[in-house]
Ligand binder design. Structure first.
Ligand SMILES: C[S@@+](CC[C@H](N)C(=O)[O-])C[C@H]1O[C@@H](n2cnc3c(N)ncnc32)[C@H](O)[C@@H]1O
Length: 309
């Protein structure tokens, strides 16, 4: 209340007093609230009396200690607009604004209840989490970086993308490198057909080749390749045993000195879970080189560059 309203209220209040009380009341006010009574200590006291939020905070703390998180009474019936009577599938959470006034309070409440702020539109479950997104193709940034920055001049060279899928790396090799032959090896006939159609439509057939085959059948092509690209090829598509067999095959086949391997993720990580029949010595096969990728770009930092010894 501002001063003017306080004064008006005070005058109104005086008007309500019995005539014979007025003098006594005003004397009491003067005595209790005289300038000497308004010394610092007293002022502080007055302030404390009027600093509502602290007291309210305290009250809220007390109440939180005795109430459940929803602040509902035991068995209290609920009729939520648009949801009808209470049900297990409710999409409404009771959050008492007196007890939990801030947004952060709601976050804290959710974490205490082990729920997120969202619910599933299909089953109304509160147990939701952010989705993971995974790509089976290289991003534009990745292919541009590989052919624009990472690889040397590819004039006359053969670049093989193992498991070429939609053909992202193969098309970029055609468009933005001088590679004589960008080749995609893909086992899945559906994707081979799609790549082949694209190659024809965009007049790439003069240099680009799509080989519809299992990589295990392409020993000769791999042995003669100058660059072999392996973008997370087998992890989502082959069993551990198949992956171990394919890496044993690559290890013994890609042997030409100076051949460049580009992998996502590192060969070390690809090999970690694999049940190899023979011991593969990475150090005897390739040497890893710096990519110089911007460390803040997660796509690019997953790229690894090796040179066959
Ligand atoms: C993650 S995608 C790679 C996509 C592509 N290289 C790119 O970077 O955009 C892996 C692809 O490898 C193929 N693949 C898996 N195992 C293979 C194999 N043994 N021989 C040939 N292709 C294979 C899968 O069918 C899938 O399309």
């Amino acid at each position: 209340m501002d001063l003017e309203s306080a004064q008006e209220s005070f005058v109104r209040f005086l008007g309500q007093l019995q005539q014979d009380c007025k003098i006594g009341f005003l004397e009491w006010v003067c005595k209790e609230y005289s300038p000497s009574a308004l010394e610092p200590d007293h002022m502080d006291l007055l302030k404390e009396e009027t600093e509502e939020p602290d007291v309210l905070d305290e009250i809220a703390r007390d109440l939180k200690a005795v109430l459940p998180l929803t602040a509902l009474s035991p068995g209290e019936p609920q009729f939520i607009p648009d949801e009808g009577s209470s049900s297990e599938k409710t999409t409404t959470l009771h959050v008492d604004s007196f007890l939990y006034p801030e947004e952060e309070d709601i976050d804290q409440l959710c974490s205490q209840l082990g729920i997120s702020r969202s619910y599933c539109l299909h089953c109304a479950s509160w147990r939701t989490a952010p989705l993971n997104f995974i790509s089976h193709s290289m991003s534009r940034d990745e292919v541009r970086y590989i052919f624009g920055d990472l690889l040397p001049d590819l004039t006359g060279k053969t670049v093989v993308d193992v498991g070429s899928r939609l053909g992202a790396a193969v098309y970029e090799g055609f468009l933005h490198s001088k590679a004589a032959s960008p080749v995609g090896i893909e086992k899945n006939a559906y994707f081979c057909e799609i790549q082949q159609r694209t190659v024809t439509k965009y007049n790439m057939a003069g240099r680009v080749k799509i080989v519809c085959s299992d990589v295990l059948e392409q020993g000769q092509l791999l042995a003669s390749a100058d660059v072999v690209v392996l973008n997370y090829v087998f992890e989502m598509f082959r069993t551990l045993e198949e992956r171990a067999r394919i890496w044993e095959f690559l290890f013994s086949t890609v042997r030409r000195r100076g051949t460049i391997l580009i992998t996502v993720t590192s060969i070390q990580d690809c090999w970690k879970p694999l049940p190899f029949n023979t011991q593969l010595e990475l150090d005897s096969w390739v040497v890893e080189m710096e990519t110089g990728a911007d460390p803040s770009n997660e796509d690019l930092t997953n790229l690894h560059l090796y040179c066959v010894l």
